[in-house]
Design a protein around this ligand. Structure first.
Ligand SMILES: Nc1nc2c(ncn2[C@@H]2O[C@H](COP(=O)(O)OP(=O)(O)OP(=O)(O)O)[C@@H](O)[C@H]2O)c(=O)[nH]1
Ligand SMILES: [Mg+2]
Length: 193
């Protein structure tokens, strides 16, 4: 898909009890904190800082919804499992993630599960994948930070991830270099048709 326009719509937190959602198809981005989810969204939408990013983990604390091509939503979710935020905030953010995914389920055409290629899938990613399959949501695994690895290590990371998440689509990317971004745009375009 070609992305021509992208605008911020709104932020949703777990305390927003009356949220109005409309019936538009959507893609959401999930993953552990600091795996470059928000940066990946900027790269996909041809933006530099539409989606707020930070070198410090725990930047995204609400579900941030963007309107793409005046037709679809792309939504950035907080990273799961970032213990340093403190237990209360951590629990609120984890609750927001599962609530959001369940609430919007019928419109979610793809869940982009971002995994750090250097670290590989962690238990929390496996838990998220289980949740997605329970909810009958369709994931694609994006291996981020590939620019920080050599070709051999990227291949090793892909085969390890294939073993952990058998049969799932995997796209290796680098948001700074742009590798894999066009492939991911194409795949998302297919899902949103
Ligand atoms: N070298 C390199 N750095 C990147 C790339 N993408 C993102 N970064 C940097 O990584 C840091 C974290 O990125 P974010 O996109 O904010 O991470 P996040 O997963 O959204 O984190 P949370 O919101 O805390 O869950 C930022 O300082 C980015 O500038 C990339 O492709 N290459
Ligand atoms: Mg973020």
């Amino acid at each position: 898909m070609k992305i021509k326009t992208a605008e911020f719509v709104k932020s949703v937190s777990i305390n927003d009890t009356k949220v109005y959602f409309d019936a538009r198809n959507e893609v959401v981005f999930v993953g552990r904190s600091n795996v470059w989810k928000s940066s990946l969204m900027n790269a996909l939408m041809h933006k530099k800082d539409l989606v707020k990013t930070s070198s410090k983990p725990g930047k995204t604390r609400t579900a941030n919804i963007f309107f793409v091509n005046k037709k679809y939503y792309f939504t950035d979710l907080p990273g799961y499992w970032f213990a340093k935020l403190g237990q209360n905030l951590r629990e609120d953010l984890d609750a927001l993630i599962s609530w959001y995914l369940e609430e919007r389920k019928r419109y979610l055409k793809k869940i982009v599960l971002v995994v750090d290629a250097k670290i590989g899938p962690q238990q929390k990613d496996i838990d998220m994948m289980e949740f997605l399959s329970e909810q009958e949501l369709s994931p694609v695994i994006v291996l981020s930070k590939c620019d920080r690895l050599g070709r051999n290590d990227v291949n090793k990371s892909i085969s390890h991830t294939e073993k952990v998440f058998f049969g799932q689509q995997i796209v290796p990317v680098s948001s700074s270099k742009g590798d894999g971004i066009e492939e991911l745009r194409k795949l998302l375009g297919e899902s949103l048709k």
